[in-house]
Design a protein around this ligand. Structure first.
Ligand code: AMP
Length: 291
């Protein structure tokens, strides 16, 4: 029997090419799922969980999930918005952040969306772009193209573009300047509506696996020793997940404190903890957090 027969196994559709592949595979592996490399096959059977991963084109993920061929899928918010599919979004995944921006040639006089009235806007996201300009009550001619959107003004195809931007360097390289944000996007976990009802427990199990990794990624576990009489001072510096754990040490008057803190806060926190009496401070990575 192939992995695609026997429909009792849950199926997750994941992009097989492009920007979302690597972080998606990393998330699934960090969640503890053991499966073969996506380059080898369309379907990867997860060895330690009743799940098959279908590696499909990024644009097809939504269709697979919508049709019920897959129960879950990883895709970009921008793609979901563009198809208009009303799939339940279970979770934002913390990567693939980008924005869809309207941009014009840097040397043009266009400053605002209103300046584009009556002009042509090239984009690979025609539906989202039409909706945006309709909401803004600015009539433009949307020119749908499937790639290389940033060269459209230079080719004389359009006066402006709406395209995905993450750092903005591609825009600058192409002599373009953003004038408005159309949509912000990141990778999301979506579900098939029927599966969401009929296989709710299994979907929740996968969602919990992923959310535990995502929650742990931006946190660190801190362990330190301190004089017991400095506890109050140290506690105000450590507003972790819950209150910090405080453990008495064999040495009278000394305690150990364990706390979960934001990874970005650690470096600013260390000197303040030392100043408040902490010593032997350990900073540890956290594998998973299930609140
Ligand atoms: P792909 O075209 O297959 O590389 O995947 C594109 C998807 O990755 C987009 O639909 C977005 O959801 C996401 N993404 C994140 N950052 C960017 C970016 N700077 N440019 C294009 N897509 C991005």
């Amino acid at each position: 029997m192939t992995a695609l027969e026997g429909r009792e196994r849950l199926r997750l559709a994941v992009p097989n090419k492009g920007r979302l592949v690597e972080p998606s595979v990393e998330l699934l592996r960090d969640a503890g799922l053991v499966f073969e490399d996506h380059e080898r096959s369309l379907v990867a059977r997860v060895r330690n969980f009743d799940l098959d991963i279908l590696f499909v084109r990024t644009n097809d993920v939504i269709e697979f999930v919508g049709d019920g061929v897959a129960d879950l899928g990883i895709t970009g918010e921008d793609l979901l918005a563009e198809t208009g599919a009303e799939l339940p979004r279970l979770r934002s995944l913390g990567y693939g952040q980008c924005r869809l921006a309207a941009a014009v040639p840097s040397d043009s006089g266009y400053r605002s969306i209103e300046d584009l009235a009556g002009l042509r806007v090239a984009t690979a996201h025609p539906n989202t772009t039409r909706r945006f300009f309709e909401t803004e009550r600015v009539a433009v001619d949307v020119i749908p193209i499937s790639g290389a959107v940033e060269v459209a003004p230079r080719l004389g195809l359009a006066e402006a573009i709406v395209d995905l931007v993450s750092t903005g360097s591609t825009l600058v390289m192409n002599g373009l300047r953003p004038i408005a944000d159309v949509l912000t996007s990141e990778a999301i976990l979506v579900a098939n509506p029927t599966a969401q009802v009929q296989r709710a427990a299994e979907l929740a199990a996968v969602d919990t696996m992923l959310s535990a990794v995502i929650a742990a990624r931006d946190r660190k576990y801190l362990m330190m020793n301190a004089p017991a009489n400095r506890l109050g001072e140290l506690e105000t510096l450590l507003p972790g997940l819950e209150s910090p754990s405080v453990i008495p040490l064999a040495h009278a008057g000394m305690i150990a404190i364990h706390a979960v803190v934001g990874a970005d806060d650690v470096w600013a926190l260390l000197p303040r903890l030392k100043a408040a009496g902490a010593s032997g401070i350990l900073v540890l990575p956290i594998e998973k957090i299930v609140p």
